[in-house]
Design a protein around this ligand. Structure first.
Ligand code: ZN
Ligand code: ZN
Length: 399
């Protein structure tokens, strides 16, 4: 028996008519008619979910127990191995002026020469700490600090806004003294290497902003939770493009193949992803597939783009896929309303299908109907256990 969980990142929305309400989705509609819909609170009522904490919860792991900082997922997703005592960060390549005022936190969101720039600052050693970095997508990457006396109790250097100075890393308690010093020295050396780098000269000559400083945030550490297979008794695989989602899945010991054409952006190759799901479901019982485009459009306030991505997913991804599984769930990890351009507390529509599920009266996966769906209001952490029951993998409480 096979289970499919599809997370469309930031799927939910607000306002009278949402992208899901207005999107033409004949394939999802046919499963909504045969199945049940409802509303999902990924973490709980009254929380604005991050993508990282929400994915942990939806995959059946309480984020209040298992969340150890986003940097750890980002580094795992980028292919690093985290050992005890290591500290990992997310990295943004940014553009700063000579006084380290941030002109663009994302260096124009342009990845021209980005791999080379990350490579130029890889493998530094400062005060006995080895620092690895690697590029992932766009202006993003991951950094891994390995050495003695490190701690995640260190603040971000990314100020999270523009036209202010790069922040100095500060220790958040005594254990953070050493890493704060190393981070600040590393940032200084990286800037010296990047500011005169030939790739940045090329970028400027092409009218692209230079990527001259790495900004760090989200210090995370190694932690080894019980593998998903042990917890739920099924062999899991993750089909995703974005490093964060692969990282969360690796953290839970999912198999996470690289999918050609899966970019973790709204231009991702959805047909390649569908084919990957069909291929890997032969050897794995639980497939977690992640589509990022809905969230990216929500952050950009692009209502039409979000609706168009949902429609493309219906045609290119869901068609010919959902009927191959015994239990299917389609939902989001949170809402990213186009009017808000950020994650919100709004619950996310959810669709569940199994051949013996009792159909409710809803006919479409959308906000306009989900509130009266038969699933009612679910919490993220309850989702995988319910799916497991439909494929006879859940166990009884009591006798
Ligand atoms: Zn998300
Ligand atoms: Zn987001």
């Amino acid at each position: 028996m096979k289970a499919l969980l599809v997370i469309m990142d930031g799927l939910g929305d607000r306002t009278d008519k949402t992208p899901l309400d207005l999107a033409s989705t004949p394939v999802l509609d046919s499963f909504a008619k045969k199945g049940m819909t409802g509303l999902l609170y990924p973490i709980g009522i009254g929380f604005i979910p991050g993508s990282d904490t929400a994915h942990l919860a939806i995959l059946g792991y309480d984020p209040f127990e298992f969340y150890k900082g986003r940097g750890a997922f980002e580094a795992l997703g980028a292919g690093f191995t985290l050992n005890d005592g290591d500290v990992a960060f997310r990295v943004n390549m940014a553009t700063v002026d000579d006084n380290w005022n941030v002109l663009d936190r994302r260096a124009g969101r342009n990845d021209y020469g980005m791999k080379e720039l990350f490579a130029a600052i890889d493998n530094m050693e400062i005060d006995g700490v080895k620092i690895r970095v690697t590029h992932t997508v766009e202006h993003r990457g991951a950094a891994l600090f390995s050495g003695e006396n490190l701690s995640v109790k260190v603040s971000n250097t990314d100020p999270h806004k523009e036209n202010v100075r790069v922040e100095k890393a500060e220790a958040l308690d005594k254990t953070g003294d050493h890493i704060a010093k190393v981070v600040n020295e590393w940032t200084r050396r990286a800037y010296e290497i990047l500011k005169g780098h030939p790739v940045n000269k090329e970028r400027v000559s092409k009218g692209i902003k230079p990527a001259n400083i790495p900004l760090l945030r989200g210090a995370g550490e190694c932690f080894k939770p019980e593998p998903f297979e042990k917890r739920f008794g099924v062999r899991p695989v993750c089909i995703a493009g974005g490093a964060l989602y692969k990282g969360v899945a690796r953290y839970l010991s999912f198999y996470t193949p690289d999918i050609e054409g899966a970019t973790g952006t709204k231009n991702t190759n959805l047909i390649a992803k569908k084919n990957a799901v069909l291929k890997y479901m032969q050897d794995y019982d639980f497939v977690f597939a992640h589509l990022k485009g809905t969230d990216s459009c929500g952050h950009d306030g692009d209502f039409e783009g979000k609706k168009a991505f949902i429609e493309r997913a219906d045609r290119e991804f869901f068609d010919g896929l959902l009927d191959k599984f015994d239990v299917v769930v389609v939902t989001g990890d949170h809402s990213t309303p186009c009017v808000a351009k950020r994650h919100s507390m709004d619950p996310v529509p959810i669709l569940m299908y199994h051949k013996d599920i009792r159909p409710d009266e809803t006919t479409k996966l959308c906000e306009a109907q989900a509130y009266r769906g038969g699933l009612g209001r679910l919490m993220g952490k309850d989702l995988v256990p319910i799916m497991m029951d439909y494929i006879n993998k859940a166990s009884m409480f009591g006798e």
